[in-house]
Design a protein around this ligand. Sequence first.
Ligand code: DGL
Length: 261
Amino acid sequence: MTDVKPATILVFDSGVGGLTVFREIKVALPDAAYVYVADDAGFPYGDKLEAALIERILAVIGAAIAQHAPDLVVIACNTASTLALAHLRAKFSVPFVGTVPAIKPACAQSNARRVAVLGTRATVSLEYTRALIREFSAGCDVGLVGSSHLATYAEAELAGTPVADDAIKAEIAPCFIDAEGRRTDTVVLACTHYPLLTARFRSVAPWPVEWLDPAPAIARRVVDLIGPRPQSNGPVPARMIFTSGRAPKPALARTLAGFDF
Ligand code: DGL
């Protein structure tokens, strides 16, 4: 084993949703040094005004880059990526990997040719997402479903205070369309918080669908960019930083270490 400095990867989200992306990257690159930044002081992003949010994201990530000098930044947040990725790339020279709605693979795999994109209200209303649909829907019917509450429900789920089934059912109901003899068969999880709720979604869905989580594809992209590295001295614990200044609760720290979610 040679003594090489591991790559530093900064993973960013408005809250704990980005952990669903982090866990995939960590499996693919166990020896990298991870800094997870949650802008919980700005959570939720999904209902914020665009200009102010872009400014906030640039400031928080700019400060994190200055402090941690990462080799790569993963924006593990669809809202921040669809809104600010172009601004981030223009402002900072470090490479960025974004998380954007997986519309192309969803449409490619949908047998019914009927897909729903479930994201924050911001993500589904942004031109970036609409352009992805124009470019990649390949003749599929793609419904956009914006949720104001699911990211907060996911935070509650991970904190051990899950919300009732009916609340979740109401948020996902518009995804399920049964028309012209074709029922929705694929739902794109276009917010990184939502994979924390997949088991809940399955249990309240009116019929089974494929819930598409882009995290494995993001991890593959990160591996491509970081490239093969000689082995370092083994895994180092990930650091988790909340912009509110709070420390992660012990349960969350264990979760982060063991991917128990
Ligand atoms: N996890 C985020 C996303 O992927 C945002 C949730 C929020 O802050 O509203 O969109």
